[in-house]
Design a protein. Structure first.
Length: 235
């Protein structure tokens, strides 16, 4: 009998069941008993040195890790330029959603109705305010367009002007999207008819650090109210 050599680091692409993709993994070029060299690298005797992808992916998702859903509930936070208020909203919502154990079921991003800051980072005062209060965000400003709304379940806007702009975009898109003002989810403000200026999160762009902290506090209260509803929305 010919002794089987050590398994090589040769990689092959194998389909991953249910994911529509392939996974590269080491294979054993010897037969199932380790005594006969495989005729070719494509031989049915090839076997990975660890469980095949479809098995270890299944084990991973059934071993206590949260399972991402195929179509998560999608939230987009929207302000004017996507550098002050909506990045704060995105960061706070992601934090609250993760703490609620819903990160695998809800996705959050943000955008602006205007194009002035496309490609820029968040306002330095937004980033400073977030960091000082324990939030993290890696952000690049984007502009929302009608094509986005086919992939959005809930559009959250910061003020009545945003509401009017986004309402027009949704109408142009023909999509069925829930449009809400962010502060409408603040338990202390529920019952207001949207859009209502009383629900505005004021734009702090020309303001002080204290103005940015005020915006953060408004958004935190609203995010807590929204996240309390999310289990019903994603069920």
């Amino acid at each position: 009998m010919v002794a089987a050599p050590a398994v090589s680091n040769h990689l092959v692409d194998r389909p991953v069941e249910g994911l529509g993709t392939t996974c590269s993994c080491p294979v054993n070029r010897w037969g199932p008993l380790g005594d006969t060299p495989n005729i070719s690298e494509g031989s049915p005797y090839d076997r990975p040195v660890f469980p095949v992808p479809s098995l270890w992916i299944k084990d991973f998702f059934t071993s206590g890790y949260p399972q991402p859903v195929p179509n998560p509930y999608r939230i987009t936070v929207i302000c004017l330029g996507n550098i002050c208020r909506s990045p704060i909203g995105e960061a706070v919502l992601r934090d609250r959603i993760a703490n609620a154990g819903l990160a695998g079921q809800v996705s959050v991003d943000s955008a602006g109705t205007g194009d002035w800051h496309i490609g820029q980072g968040a306002n330095v005062k937004s980033i400073t305010t977030l960091n000082q209060h324990g939030y993290e965000l890696d952000h690049t400003a984007r502009q929302i367009t009608p094509s986005w709304f086919a992939e959005i379940d809930l559009a959250l806007v910061m003020d009545t002007s945003n509401y009017a702009d986004v309402s027009a975009l949704i109408e142009a898109s023909g999509a069925q999207v829930e449009l809400r003002m962010m502060r409408a989810f603040d338990p202390a403000l529920r019952g207001s008819t949207e859009p209502d200026p009383a629900l505005d999160v004021p734009d702090p762009y020309h303001g002080t650090m204290a103005d940015f902290v005020t915006v953060l506090q408004m958004i935190e209260a609203a995010a807590d109210g929204l996240v309390s509803e999310l289990p019903l929305r994603v069920s």
